[in-house]
Design a protein around this ligand. Sequence first.
Ligand code: GLV
Ligand code: MG
Length: 307
Amino acid sequence: MVSYRPRRSTLAVPGSSQKFIDKARSLNPDALFLDLEDACAPAAKADGRVNVVKALNEGGFGDTTRVVRINDWTTEWTYRDVVDVVSGAGANLDCLMLPKVQSAAQVQALDLLVTQIEKAEGLEVGRIGFEIQIENAKGLLAVNEIAAASPRNETLIFGPADFMASIQMKSLVVGEQPDGYDVGDAYHHILMTLLMAARAHDLQVIDGPYLAIKDLDGLRRVAGRSAALGFDGKWALHPTQVDIVNDIFSPRQADYDHAENILDAYDWCTSVEGGARGAAMLGDEMIDEASRKMALVISAKGRAAGM
Ligand code: GLV
Ligand code: MG
């Protein structure tokens, strides 16, 4: 079992806004990203980089995982984002988030660049991880190669807003079902494909933003869908979304307790009779190696959530 950083909630913070960065320091999301991409206007990119480097070096984010979202490789900003942020604050940065990824080559290019900067700056090579946003049809079709493209990869992230634009979905309400599609979940194929690619490569998989920040029931419903499938977390665009998302992506207490009981019972059963028993009873429930694996997942998520 891979030991993951907890990522139930990932708070989006505009990299050019001192006010939002200060506010983020008072919250306790599992992760946050300082955004140099879509929340940072083209004219503010250069100042945004300076601001992000300063914020990382000043710290104050507690044990929250610190991520910077750089611009995608089709823009003119990416290389400068990486050079400035990693050379300026590499020791205080946990991951880079690469948006709109379309090919394995884009991940490999980022890996080569980051490796060079780490060597040049005397940083530990390979420590900075990658968070990979899949936000268009090309990215989804290449997701298996993308997921395998670098040992730095830690998560795949669904970007619903850009994805809806990319596939020309007939809706502007991000994450909600498009009107007229009443035969199931219009996102099921995308979410499941990301989940499969992530699990096949031992990565986490994160659901993106829910834009209607006042509609907390809507957030619960949409987050509940990806949580039920097995996703590890979701973005939060506003402080009020953080606790809800943390709650939805934590195991229920009863499930966590049950998982720990399964692990205890399984340990006991494999310790008696020279380990020859393959299955045990927990109350009326038969538990075996597959039950143990399911229990390990819930237990690891619960422990990461501080249960
Ligand atoms: C996030 O980046 C999205 O496009 O939904
Ligand atoms: Mg996007």
